[in-house]
Design a protein around this ligand. Structure first.
Ligand code: GDD
Ligand code: MN
Length: 380
């Protein structure tokens, strides 16, 4: 294919920087580049592919293509992951006054890019969103389950952004870099929903436009949407709602704690009533089981970015037992003392639980998962 990416006489900087987040998209890179060339006639653009060290060699392939596709640059991040942060870094790496974000799997329809750019410029908008839920748009052959997840997410998004955006979950948009620079420092950067993050971080109402398109089905590779992605979405919502006061990780830790509490009650009942064990024995067994279960859940979810494996997992469990035992002891002592000094039962118990949980959380982050020390290596 000839090279329809003309630098107009004297122009050094592309007008449009197209960011392609990519993870295990080896089979899609070249088709996407060709599709862009075929639709962006007369637009001087560059492409920035942001790969998170995919094991299928996406970045190597992309670099080997750069002789044939000089519009392409590659950012290969090591020990980093996350769609939103990949998009942010890709956008920040371009000099272009207008920036597009588009998936690297051909599910977004690149043919609407010229129209999106045109509207952004002529209507002086902050952002133009490719939408599946408006005139000319559709989710294509989305499975029913996938559609339900998407609809729930859309509903929840109203908690942090109220404007009437038809597709706040879209990962396909073109924006003015001045808008990006306004909000980039307040972005959460967590998870998948970069568009929602951008919108919810803006200090003033965003001037947006929408262009419909049909979501194509995937040909190569597979979607990365899974439980973790939903969890990261929840974290984004929590962060935007109250991140200035409570870290979302603490909320997750608390949710795990609640699950543990229910498990503890059920198990204790089963052991003492069902099996007729004595109170201390039933308490001790259920306590150890629940602590272990909590440890596992926190390792899977709350501290998943710092997940422990192998020996580290066993060592961490030991430290977790120790930290939580001290937390429990403090909880009981404090509640007893408060009760004796005249507080009512509920206030005493709640204060004890709150202090115990805070202790457990800080000990867990600092001593068990060691997030301060390891953050340098395992950045988002
Ligand atoms: N660099 C990088 N790092 N890229 C990633 C990562 C990551 O951690 N995770 C996913 N990607 C890339 C994929 O390679 C793909 O090009 C794009 O981001 C979207 O990922 P998919 O796994 O294909 O997502 P999807 O098709 O389920 O979701 C799409 O539709 C959503 C709407 O339902 C995306 O466009 C979302 O942004 C969009 O919100
Ligand atoms: Mn996709």
């Amino acid at each position: 294919m000839s090279r329809p990416n003309p630098a107009p006489e004297g122009a050094m900087t592309p007008e449009l920087g197209i960011v392609l987040p990519a993870f295990n998209e080896r089979g899609n890179v070249e088709p996407v580049l060709d599709a862009l060339r075929a639709s962006l006639h007369g637009i001087f653009y560059e492409v920035i592919l942001v790969d998170d060290d995919s094991e299928d060699g996406t970045a190597d392939l992309a670099r080997s293509l750069s002789a044939r596709y000089p519009e392409l640059r590659v950012i290969q991040r090591i020990n980093r992951y996350g769609l939103a942060s990949a998009c942010i870094e890709g956008m920040m790496a371009s000099h272009a006054p207008y920036l597009a974000v588009m998936d690297c799997d051909l599910q977004h329809d690149e043919k609407i890019l010229p129209q999106m750019l045109e509207r952004l410029k002529t209507e002086k908008l902050d952002i133009v969103i490719g939408t599946r839920h408006a005139e000319g748009g559709s989710t294509g052959d989305f499975a029913a389950s996938r559609r339900a997840i998407s609809d729930t997410g859309r509903l929840l998004s109203r908690a942090i952004y109220r404007e009437n955006i038809s597709d706040p979950m879209s990962g396909f948009f073109v924006l003015d870099r001045r808008f990006l620079l306004q909000v980039v420092r307040t972005l959460s950067g967590t998870g998948y929903k970069i568009l929602l993050d951008l919108l919810a971080s803006a200090p003033q109402p965003v001037r947006f436009g929408e262009v419909g398109y049909t979501f194509r089905s995937r040909v190569h590779g597979s979607s990365k949407l899974d439980l973790l992605v939903s969890l990261e979405y929840l974290e984004l919502l929590l962060d935007k709602l109250m991140g200035n006061y409570v870290p979302p990780r603490f909320v997750l830790f608390g949710m795990v704690g609640l699950v543990g509490l229910v498990l503890n009650l059920v198990l204790f009942d089963l052991l003492s009533e069902g099996l007729g064990l004595t109170l201390p024995v039933a308490l001790a067994i259920s306590g150890v089981v629940v602590m272990t279960a909590n440890y596992w859940m926190n390792n899977q979810f709350t501290f998943r970015k710092f997940r422990l494996r192998g020996w580290g997992l066993l060592k961490g469990l030991g430290v977790f037992y120790l930290a939580c035992s001290i937390g429990l002891f403090a909880n009981v002592e404090l509640a007893t003392a408060l009760r004796q000094s005249g507080f009512n039962q509920a206030a005493a118990v709640l204060t004890g639980v709150a202090v115990g949980s805070l202790w457990n959380y800080f000990m867990s982050s600092m001593l068990v998962w060691q997030i301060q020390r390891r953050r340098r290596r395992l950045a988002y």
